[in-house]
Write a protein that binds this ligand. Structure first.
Ligand code: SAM
Ligand code: SF4
Length: 445
């Protein structure tokens, strides 16, 4: 008979770090699920691992530099333990291809965005001493071990992948390929299985979730999907969806959210710039005015909709006047949150040929200005909620203060509060009494 201790000693060990977006988080959970099925145990330190995997992002250069830094630090370990397998997965694998082997010759495995589901077989090849490059495009099965997820009560669920928009700055259409939606039946079935396993909140994922269904040709839309999940899986307390491009903010979508109380009232709608000239150079496919109308479609139908956005500062040719237009739009739009990115040239995109003329310090200055404006707006918006009551779906213990619980409202507002018993996974009504720009505080009632 094997004891538990012996069993743990003999199980192969994997270290896996994921970087970038929630989609990568989910893909890496799927990889872990497959490895768990093969008996792998996850370890927190590459030094203890038989297999070291990085699930990577290519959206900005910084993300790729980080991976090369991590790989460099493993060189010595690989010399000491040549049987250790090192793999690079995801967007950067798809983007840099075999060049990863040139820059980091101790890497064994480069696995692109359509082949991560085959991790078990690919690892077997690599363990036979072969270098493995798996970049071909093929349909994903979307099979997953639903038990592998960071939180018991929440799960990400892939609804579509890829992007057809080709914004001139963005690598995603190259790394993730064209838009592909899953059938509604398949998504609802996965949601039911997650519910049966204790999940009360799902977040639908897609690089362009607004485009869900358009490629299926059977009339499926994001609005229809949200409504169906709401009706068919009533035990889900909350259904979220990220991220949207502004061009498909339809009245149908707004109405679907308005009519179904358990659909999140949070919309992530990246604007990128407040200047029509820059938006055109980015090939975003909208003007400031049509963005305004898209958001209006949503805000007029969904009461107190909470909106977050993305900005890029320092896009090639962005003048002070263009930037001032972004500042004015940030003030006008009254976002709940802003993610601000400094432009990072990506080889292979159309904007790459424009160079990177805005100096680094200027990008940093513009970044800081937008963040400060957003901080003031977020604080003012949060202060206006003090004294009101909100329903908080509790996620667990607060990282900042282990004496408190933390969760989110249906507007994606973070709320911390004290409670004697563990309310994780439940909806708790809280009266708000204090706040910062990012967090609200209150007492349960
Ligand atoms: N699909 C979403 C949309 O249409 O807005 C965005 C997905 S993209 C992966 C996430 C964010 O990264 C973008 O909204 C953009 O602000 C930022 N981003 C993408 N490429 C970038 C680049 N080359 N430099 C800086 N930020 C970039
Ligand atoms: Fe990238 Fe544009 Fe597609 Fe968003 S819509 S993923 S920014 S190309």
């Amino acid at each position: 008979m094997t004891t538990v201790a012996e069993d743990t000693r003999t199980r192969p060990k994997v270290f896996l770090e994921d970087m970038g977006c929630q989609m990568n988080r989910l893909d890496s959970e799927i990889v872990l699920g497959k490895l768990r099925g093969e008996g792998f145990e996850r370890v927190p330190d590459p030094g203890e691992a038989d297999v070291v995997l990085y699930y990577t992002c290519s959206v900005r250069e910084h993300a790729e530099d980080k991976v090369y830094g991590r790989l460099g630090a493993l060189r010595r370990l690989k010399m000491e333990r040549p049987e250790m397998v090192i793999g690079v997965m995801g967007c950067m694998a798809q983007n840099h291809k075999e060049a990863i082997f040139d820059r980091a010759p101790h890497v064994d495995l480069v696995v692109g965005t359509s082949r991560f589901e085959d991790v078990v077989d690919l690892l077997k090849e690599a363990r036979h001493g072969e270098r493995v490059l798996a970049l071909d495009r093929k349909d994903l099965s979307y099979e997953r071990d639903i038990g592998v997820r960071p939180r018991r009560h929440h799960a990400f669920l892939n609804a579509m992948r890829g992007c057809n928009k080709f914004c001139t700055f963005c690598i995603v259409p190259f790394t993730q390929g064209r838009e592909r939606s899953r059938s509604m039946d398949e998504i609802v079935d996965e949601a039911r299985r997650l519910r049966d396993d204790g999940v009360v909140e799902i977040t639908l994922l897609g690089q362009r979730i607004d485009a869900y269904g358009l490629d299926l040709g059977d009339g499926a839309t994001l609005a229809g999907l949200l409504a169906r999940l709401h009706e068919d899986v009533p035990e889900l307390l909350r259904i979220g969806y990220i991220t949207s491009h502004p061009n498909h903010m339809t009245a149908e979508l707004a109405q679907a959210v308005a009519d179904h109380p358990r659909i999140s009232r949070y919309l992530h709608l990246p604007v990128q710039s407040g200047s029509d000239r820059v938006l055109q150079a980015m090939n975003r496919g909208y003007t400031v005015d049509s963005y305004r109308r898209a958001l209006d479609t949503m805000r007029t139908r969904i009461e107190d909709l909470s909106v977050a956005t993305d900005w890029i500062v320092g896009f090639p040719g962005e003048t002070e006047e263009d930037f001032e237009a972004s500042v004015a739009l940030a003030r006008e739009m009254d976002y709940q949150g802003s993610f601000v990115f400094r432009y990072s040239p990506r080889q292979g995109t159309r904007a790459f040929d424009l160079g990177d003329p805005v100096p680094r310090e200027e990008k940093a200055r513009r970044n800081q200005i937008l963040l400060e404006i957003q901080k003031d707006i977020s604080l003012r918006r949060n202060e206006a909620r003090l004294g009101t009551e909100v329903d908080v779906l509790v996620e667990g213990v607060s990282k900042r203060n282990p004496m408190r619980w933390t969760g989110r409202t249906d507007r994606n507002l973070i709320v911390c509060f004290s409670a004697a018993r563990d309310p994780t996974g439940r909806m708790v009504r809280v009266r708000l009494n204090d706040c910062t720009a990012l967090t609200l505080f209150g007492e349960p009632i």
